[in-house]
Design a protein around this ligand. Structure first.
Ligand SMILES: C[S@@+](CC[C@H](N)C(=O)[O-])C[C@H]1O[C@@H](n2cnc3c(N)ncnc32)[C@H](O)[C@@H]1O
Length: 243
């Protein structure tokens, strides 16, 4: 099993540590996009976390099942209104077995990079393809590796620097790993976290999809279907399992 990075400390503070994820405009646009694709459902969220998107999607009438590695994150989901409508399998989304099939599977906020080897990422596509109905869709929201923002020869990209939070990535191109370092000051206490992520380009994800019997249907720069261009910092990609 992969290591659990989203432990009790993170789970209790998830919304405080990443408040921008909980902006209603951000959540609503993701939910609209996913509800359109889910149709009659059901939908499967890989790495469902505290249910930031699964809960409002479920409130829209889509039946949602989740896979999640961290019991602490699931515990936070389960204390929220509407949680009893969402079922969760505790396990690794690259290998977890889940009963039933889905019209939509989705993986948000760079979570594919939590799988730190190419094999595990490939396995997650195979697992999703096996869980999708023919014609079902798989959505990934992921960042574009920030390599073009590094000065020549440098390996560090600072993505946030405020008095309460310094965050930077440290790229190792030989292993295709970006270590994500966070220094938070919370209630006067310094908390330091570092996690490895396997960064991955859209083209490599397309190849993983093809290996799993899926093909690219859409790629956007954001949830409002903004064009995906060489300036895009993120992508929303949609693959289809062969009908
Ligand atoms: C960045 S959080 C996103 C949570 C939620 N999807 C959201 O959008 O708010 C990543 C979540 O994926 C979970 N996760 C990471 N790797 C996983 C794996 N291999 N299998 C299942 N869950 C995983 C983490 O425990 C964490 O809850």
């Amino acid at each position: 099993m992969p290591e659990i990075n989203f432990d009790e400390w993170i789970a209790q503070r998830y919304a405080t540590l990443w408040p921008e994820l909980f902006d209603p405009a951000v959540v609503d646009s993701a939910v609209n996009f996913l509800a359109d694709l889910a149709g009659a459902g059901p939908a499967l969220e890989l790495g469902i976390g505290t249910g930031r998107v699964a809960l409002p999607l479920s409130r829209r009438g889509v039946r949602v099942h989740g896979i999640e590695l961290s019991p602490a994150m699931v515990a936070q989901l389960q204390v929220q209104p509407g949680a009893s409508d969402i079922s969760v399998t505790i396990g690794d989304f690259a290998t977890a077995e889940v009963g039933g099939t889905f019209t939509l599977a989705y993986l948000l906020r760079n979570t594919i990079t939590n799988l730190t080897t190419q094999d595990e990422q490939v396995e997650s596509f195979r697992n999703v393809a096996a869980l999708l109905e023919p014609g079902g869709r798989f959505v990934i929201e992921n960042y574009i590796p920030e390599l073009q923002r590094l000065p020549p020869g440098e390996t560090i990209h600072v993505f946030t620097a405020t008095p309460a939070h310094v965050g930077f990535e440290e790229y190792d191109v030989a292993t295709q790993i970006a270590f994500s370092h966070h220094y938070w000051v919370i209630d006067g206490q310094l908390e330091i976290r570092s996690t490895p992520h396997r960064y991955v380009w859209p083209s490599e994800l397309d190849l993983m999809a093809r290996l799993a019997g899926m093909r690219l249907r859409e790629r956007w720069g954001g949830w409002h279907r903004e064009a995906f261009t060489s300036e895009s910092r993120n992508h929303i990609s949609v693959w289809e399992r062969a009908p």
